[in-house]
Design a binder for this molecule. Structure first.
Ligand code: DGJ
Length: 699
């Protein structure tokens, strides 16, 4: 890992790649290369400012490293701004660079400037040891003595080497259907993935993945994932000379930012890399997230098996009812008991109570102590649900402070799920929200918070702000700050990020929260696809998955199938335990015990996506960690015409090592080479069959 500067050329050398930039004859920073390594002395800048009498603009076609809007530029840009003299164009030229060391990592800062206006832009590139991931971000400094208004502030612009069209992968999801992969070939124009809803949303995700002829093992894959949970924008474009680019960052929709004299704005990080194959990308990002992105306190600890009462009781929680569930959960081997919505204020359904974060005395006459004492005496930790950013108009909080919700006096505020969004850009609201949760954490033995967020923003009036268009940015920052403050004050606290399922599941959330709630869709068949999409770029251990009673009737699936699917993330239980018979409880016990034996492999191991329904009519996912390998097989809804035979060849094992496992009721020991090159035949006769096979390395 090195960072080199040679005559205005900057070379970032990761484990297997080079990322290279150079200052051109006009003093602008051009992108030169991203891909396999070359001889570092060979790089040179070949930029021809060929504006003569033609209608073409060289800047518009150039491979630029961070193109602002200014001059003859017509494609998606990284930066826009309005200066005090009303000039709305930025021209950046190279000024300086720094290379620093930060806790074992190297950081390159390239400083660009718009001289007449004393505006500086720093582009940062951070390289950690032994990885191909580069962390990129930008910072804008106003060194003048007047206010400038920033419009768009991308975290990075990226250029891709091939002239041929790339395939762009993202999601096309919604609530109850998150992370459903969608591929688009980008031949021309601009393909935009964005959120305008306040959170990063269920629909698309803040990343770009651009590939050519790629599958799990091979083919060029370029990717960049933004650590931001608010409105974002990813613009992937291809011009008529075949240059594909991506600009990624905070969304400029209804956004601007007042940068006062002497102030700096730092854009969120984007983690990017170039690899061969999607499998490599997922595993690189998984390992990197555990090492550098997830909150340090729990990043390297396996997550506990959790019970969540939501689907068992909905809003109808009571001390006695929860205690009964807790008793059974503990007996099954659950380690953390989480009470979901319904415990506070006058909450009976979703029409009232949000904002009143004190215990409902009808449901819990003696407060939460009797329940929490019960849970902890059973050897489990206790967790509690909050939706801190929201308020129901029917709440004491709203009656006391209607002005605390975003609103316009002249408009009727839209109620989604009968709730409004609190104006978290106000310091008094931030402090109130923090104190409500902090008070509960001080009073009770609470180890876990599920932080929910169940509506998109609308009528976003924020008259408290000098520039109300900053609210999209400031709100998300406030969420991060409150979560960080709670974690700092209560060191044992884990926080799960939820937004009607996976509506705020991104690397920004995962920098401040320990995990996410993946989807309200707990149907295991749907979940296989949801989990596959999630695993593309987000870390396995952060993916909370519940075994529930959900069984959409038309396609019954058994407990084995549900556990098999759910154990591929952070296992949780979410059904109504009170209704289970002895056999069902025994099945729960068996799988929870098995999960504890394999969870390090699942949560930290390398994932090999061997087969999926779309291509193979079976999902085969394999996790390898240390001496253990776990293979999960789940078949789809088959016809009765044929019994199904599957040959599964494993991946990621040591060729010469021997692996012990159970095969057709007998113990077998086979070499890694055999398992990877010949494979194993599995007959899985009827619909929705599943198997979990554990391989232990014996030599
Ligand atoms: C939406 C979440 O995704 C659910 O898990 C549950 O917590 C409900 N909100 C509670 O209202």
């Amino acid at each position: 890992m090195i960072i080199l500067e040679r005559d205005g050329i900057f070379i970032l050398e990761t484990e297997n790649t080079h990322y290279v930039m150079g200052v051109n004859c006009q003093g602008e920073l051009n992108h030169l290369h991203w891909g396999k390594k070359c001889n570092i002395d060979d790089y040179f800048v070949n930029y021809k400012p060929w504006e003569r009498s033609s209608n073409h603009s060289a800047r518009d076609f150039a491979k630029t490293e961070y193109l602002p809007y200014g001059g003859a530029v017509y494609r998606p840009v990284a930066l826009t701004c309005t200066y005090p003299d009303k000039c709305r164009e930025v021209m950046l030229t190279y000024k300086d660079f720094n290379i620093t060391e930060d806790d074992g990592a190297f950081v390159l800062e390239i400083i660009l400037e718009d001289k007449p206006y004393k505006l500086e832009v720093s582009l940062f590139y951070k390289l950690q040891e032994n990885t191909d991931i580069i962390e990129r971000w930008s910072a804008i400094r106003n060194c003048s003595d007047s206010l400038v208004t920033l419009g768009k502030i991308a975290s990075g612009e990226f250029n891709f080497p091939s002239k041929r069209p790339y395939t762009s992968t993202n999601f096309n999801g919604t609530w109850l259907a998150e992370f459903r992969k969608e591929e688009t070939v980008v031949k021309n124009g601009v393909l935009t993935y964005e959120s305008r809803k306040g959170g990063s949303d269920h629909t698309v995700s803040p990343f770009f993945v651009l590939s050519q002829n790629a599958d799990e093992q091979q083919g060029d894959v370029f990717f960049g994932a933004l650590a931001w949970s608010g409105n974002f924008k990813v613009e992937v474009s291809r011009d008529c000379v075949g240059v594909t680019r991506a600009v990624i960052g905070i969304n400029d929709f209804d956004f601007s930012y007042n940068l006062h004299a002497g102030e700096e704005f730092t854009a969120p990080s984007v983690y990017c890399g170039y690899v061969q194959g999607f499998g490599k990308m997922s595993n690189l990002m998984n390992d990197y997230a555990v090492e550098y992105i997830l909150p340090k306190s729990f990043a390297k600890e396996p997550l506990p098996v959790l019970y969540n009462s939501w689907e068992a009781t909905w809003f109808d929680v009571s001390c006695e009812g929860q205690q009964k569930l807790a008793e059974i959960a503990a007996d099954l081997g659950v380690e953390l008991f989480v009470m979901d919505d319904g415990w506070f204020g006058s909450r009976k359904d979703d029409h009232a109570g949000l904002g009143d974060w004190y215990v409902n005395k009808e449901k819990f006459p003696e407060g939460l102590k009797p329940l929490i004492d019960k849970v902890t005496s059973l050897g489990m930790k206790f967790g509690l649900w909050f939706e801190p950013e929201m308020v129901n108009p029917d709440s004491d909080l709203y009656r006391a402070h209607p002005e605390w919700a975003y609103h316009y006096d002249t408009r009727t505020s839209t109620r989604l799920r009968d709730q409004l969004v609190l104006n978290l850009t106000r310091e008094d609201v931030q402090q109130h929200v923090f104190s409500c949760m902090d008070d509960m954490l001080n009073e009770y033995d609470i180890s876990y918070i599920k932080w929910d967020m169940n509506r998109c923003y609308s009528e976003t009036g924020a008259e408290n702000l000098e520039n109300p268009q900053e609210l999209w940015y400031r709100h998300t920052k406030a969420v991060y700050e409150i979560a960080d403050r709670l974690k700092a004050k209560h060191p044992g606290l884990q926080i799960e990020c939820c937004a009607s399922g996976g509506g705020r599941a991104d690397l920004g959330a995962l920098s401040h929260f320990d995990m996410v709630w993946t989807s309200d869709d707990t149907d295991p068949i749907d979940r296989l696809e949801i989990q596959e999409g999630f695993s593309l770029i987000y870390p396995t251990k952060s993916m909370r998955a519940w075994v529930t009673d959900t069984n959409r009737g038309s396609r019954p699936n058994d407990w084995d199938f549900r556990f098999n699917v759910t154990m591929q993330g952070s296992l949780s239980i979410g059904g109504n335990l009170l209704k289970y018979d002895e056999r069902e409880l025994e099945i729960h016990k068996k799988y929870i015990a098995l999960y504890k034996e394999i969870r390090e492999t699942v949560q930290f191991g390398a994932l090999h996506r061997l087969a999926n329904f779309a291509q193979d009519s079976i999902y085969a996912n394999e996790y390898v960690y240390g001496n253990q390998c776990v293979l999960f097989l789940c078949t789809d809804v088959t016809t009765f015409f044929n019994d199904k035979f599957y040959r599964i060849t494993l991946a990621g094992l040591e060729e010469d090592a021997l692996y012990k496992f159970e095969y057709e009721g007998e113990e077998k020991v086979l070499s890694g080479a055999y398992l990877m090159n010949v494979g194993l035949d599995y007959e899985m006769g009827s619909s929705l069959q599943s198997k979990i096979i554990v391989f232990e390395k014996v030599q």
